[in-house]
Design a protein. Structure first.
Ligand code: GLA
Length: 378
């Protein structure tokens, strides 16, 4: 987490008094990628890297915000119907408007925020931002009346309506519900979820950030979603979760090759998530790892959301003998998530750093995964 003193000092300098601090984390996802908006299952966990803010109501109707990492200051009125044009501020604006929409009487406030969730790494820095604001505003102006799932949906609505990314619920769900030491399995259709303690003795999770900036705003992410919706509609089902292999094969002549492959990936991923749940219950991490590699195959070839740098990282992981590796999150850059045997860990990290640098002329970033808590007041 970012040093909270930095934020407190900045708040004091700008606004001449103290505020209250809140944090919300980014996330990893073990398996279940691009299944959330298809009504399927996901397997995320919150991480320690978070967005943190210091906030205080100012008695007026203006929001005065300062993003320390971006050195970006901006203001808008809580009743403003247009909002700011800067993307970063639009997240804040969107959350404010959606909170009001949900019945929370949000008034003006001063806020300073920042964090250590790497931007564009596929670790959901934007969901962390939305959830941090949603949680804080609910606490300050709403007496905590909205539950965590409602706050997660407010974050998601912000992406849809104010930023234009038609994301699923996974990232905001994880940021709101995370629990130290546990992954979560969420049924994205019913909203039911379960905590799975993540404590393998001999394995570690580590992210390798390609540093190819993953950016979902304006990316083909929405196109992937539209492909899935088209196939679901043609199959006469609510979402691809309900589509069987037989239905997909029957439809094949009517589908574009692209839509067919997108749906084929999603149907396969549904099965992989269930296989992973089963394997985890038996402590069979080798099976978990195999499923991760298969997910990567699907995401690279059928869903086409990988890139050369990420494919290289996954190939390297396989060559070095890593148990499982795949691109994580929305895709188009960002990180791989790797399930690595303890005994191989040091070797993997140093080898992959070296070979990535040789191939692409830049260092990749190694991010050990520590599963942390969800949104909270500090
Ligand atoms: C992004 C979205 C999520 C999810 C993932 C892919 O992170 O925000 O809703 O769709 O991509 O699994």
């Amino acid at each position: 987490m970012i040093d909270i003193c930095v934020l407190r000092d900045e708040f004091l300098n700008r606004f001449g008094r103290d505020g209250v601090a809140y944090a919300a984390p980014g996330r990893i996802n073990l398996i279940g990628e691009h299944t959330d908006y298809n009504g399927g299952f996901v397997f995320p966990g919150a991480v320690e890297q978070s967005i943190t803010l210091v906030i205080r109501p100012n008695g007026g109707d203006k929001v005065n915000a300062y993003a320390v990492d971006l050195r970006l200051a901006g203001s808008f009125g809580v009743d403003d119907t247009e909002g700011p044009s800067d993307v970063n501020l639009r997240y804040v604006y969107g959350v404010v408007r959606e909170m009001i929409h949900a019945g929370v009487d949000v008034k003006g406030f001063d806020v300073v925020y920042g964090g250590d969730v790497p931007l564009g790494a596929g670790m959901s820095s934007s969901a962390a931002l939305e959830c941090c604001f949603a949680f804080a505003l609910n606490d300050i102006f709403g007496d905590g009346k909205l539950d965590r799932m409602t706050l997660a949906r407010i974050g998601q609505a912000t992406e849809h309506k104010y930023v234009g990314v038609m994301c699923g619920i996974m990232d905001q769900f994880a940021s709101m519900h995370g629990r130290k030491g546990s992954l979560m399995r969420l049924d994205c259709r019913s909203g039911e979820f379960e905590y799975f303690p993540w404590q393998p003795d001999d394995y570690r999770l580590v992210l390798v950030n390609s540093r190819v900036k993953h950016e979902l705003v304006g990316s083909p992410y929405n196109d992937r979603r539209r492909s899935c919706e088209r196939v679901a509609e043609m199959a006469g089902v609510e979402s691809l979760r309900d589509c069987t292999w037989e239905q997909l094969e029957d439809l094949r002549p009517e589908l574009s090759d692209e839509d067919y492959r997108r749906a084929r990936y999603v149907l396969g991923e549904k099965e992989r998530v269930l296989a992973v749940c089963d394997a985890l219950q038996k402590g069979d991490y080798e099976t978990v790892g195999r499923q991760m590699y298969m997910t990567h195959e699907g995401l690279a070839k059928d869903y086409e959301v990988s890139c050369e740098e990420i494919d290289f990282l996954v190939d390297e992981a396989r060559r070095i003998g890593v148990t499982g590796s795949r691109i994580m999150g929305g895709g188009f850059g960002g990180c791989t998530i790797n399930l690595v045997k303890e005994s191989l860990y040091e070797n993997f990290v140093s080898e992959v750093e070296k070979s990535y640098k040789n191939r692409f002329g830049v260092y990749c970033q190694i991010i050990p995964v520590v599963i942390g808590d969800g949104a909270r007041r500090l």
